[in-house]
Design a protein around this ligand. Structure first.
Ligand SMILES: [Zn+2]
Length: 235
C-alpha cells in the first residue's frame, strides 16, 4: 500500500511539474505572439474525442464505453486549453456522432471530423482514443502520429510525457500511422492519435474511469501541446 501512495504522489508531482512548465511556456508564447502582433501565427488545438453516439468504440468488461472515456478526457483537455488561453475546437461536446444518425456511416463520420479540423486556423489535431486487445495483459499509452510536418515531433513529446507521468515502466515508443487510419492519413497539419490506455486491461480500465486520472492524462497532453508549439512558433 505504501508503494501505491508513493506512486500516486510521484505521479501527482510529475503532473504538477508538467502544468508548471505549461504555465511558463504559455507566458513565453503569449509574449512572442504579442511582440509579433500577428494573429495568423496562432494555432488552434483541435480536440477530437473518438467515436460517440451509436459508435461506442471499444467496450470494457464492465460495459464501460470507450466513447464516454474519450469525451471525459476531451472535455478536461478543453478546460485546460481555456485555462492556458489557447485557441481550441472540440469536435464533439456530447455523446453524438459527427454525421446524421439516420444515414450514419463510420466513413462519413471520419470525413466530417477531417473537414471540421481543416476548417480551423492553423490546426493541430489531437484525437483521443482507448486501446483494446484480445487479452487483458497489455497496458499503457500509445501515441500514433500522421505523416504531416510536425506530427512526429508532437507525437514523440506527447508519448514520452504520458509514459513518464503515468506508465514509467513502459518501453513503448510513438509510432507512425498506417493508411488504415482515415483522419491521420488525410490531414496535412500536425496530427496525432492518443491511445490513453487499454480498456481490455483491468487496472487501466479502473484508472481510465477516474476523473482524477483523466485529468492527469489531459494535463500530460496539454503540457505536450504547449511544449510543441513553443518549439514551433519561430518569430
Ligand atoms: Zn477508438
Amino acid at each position: 500500500m505504501k508503494t501505491g501512495v508513493r506512486g500516486t504522489r510521484a505521479r501527482l508531482l510529475v503532473v504538477l511539474g508538467l502544468l508548471f512548465v505549461a504555465v511558463l511556456v504559455t507566458v513565453v508564447l503569449q509574449k512572442k505572439q504579442e511582440t509579433a502582433g500577428d494573429q495568423n501565427l496562432r494555432m488552434t488545438l483541435v480536440i477530437d474525442p473518438g467515436h460517440g453516439g451509436i459508435d461506442s468504440g471499444a467496450v470494457g468488461a464492465d460495459g464501460t464505453r470507450e466513447s464516454d472515456i474519450n469525451l471525459a478526457i476531451g472535455l478536461k483537455l478543453r478546460a485546460l486549453a481555456e485555462l492556458y488561453g489557447q485557441d481550441n475546437a472540440l469536435i464533439r461536446q456530447d455523446d453524438s456522432t459527427k454525421c446524421d444518425t439516420e444515414d450514419y456511416s463510420e466513413h462519413r463520420d471520419l470525413v466530417c471530423r477531417t473537414e471540421l479540423t481543416q476548417a480551423e486556423q492553423n490546426p493541430v489535431y489531437i484525437s483521443i482514443h482507448q486501446n483494446d486487445y484480445p487479452t487483458g495483459q497489455p497496458s499503457g499509452s500509445q501515441v500514433i502520429y500522421a505523416a504531416g510536418e510536425g506530427s512526429a515531433e508532437l507525437g514523440s513529446i506527447t508519448h514520452e510525457n504520458l509514459l513518464r507521468s503515468l506508465y514509467p515502466k513502459s518501453r513503448r515508443v510513438a509510432e507512425p500511422a498506417t493508411k488504415r487510419l482515415y483522419i491521420l492519413s488525410h490531414l496535412d497539419c500536425p496530427a496525432i492519435l492518443v491511445e490513453c490506455g487499454f480498456v481490455s486491461n483491468p487496472t487501466d480500465l479502473e484508472n481510465l474511469k477516474k476523473p482524477g486520472y483523466q485529468t492527469s492524462l489531459a494535463a500530460a497532453i496539454m503540457g505536450s501541446y504547449l511544449q510543441y508549439i513553443q518549439n514551433t512558433v519561430r518569430i
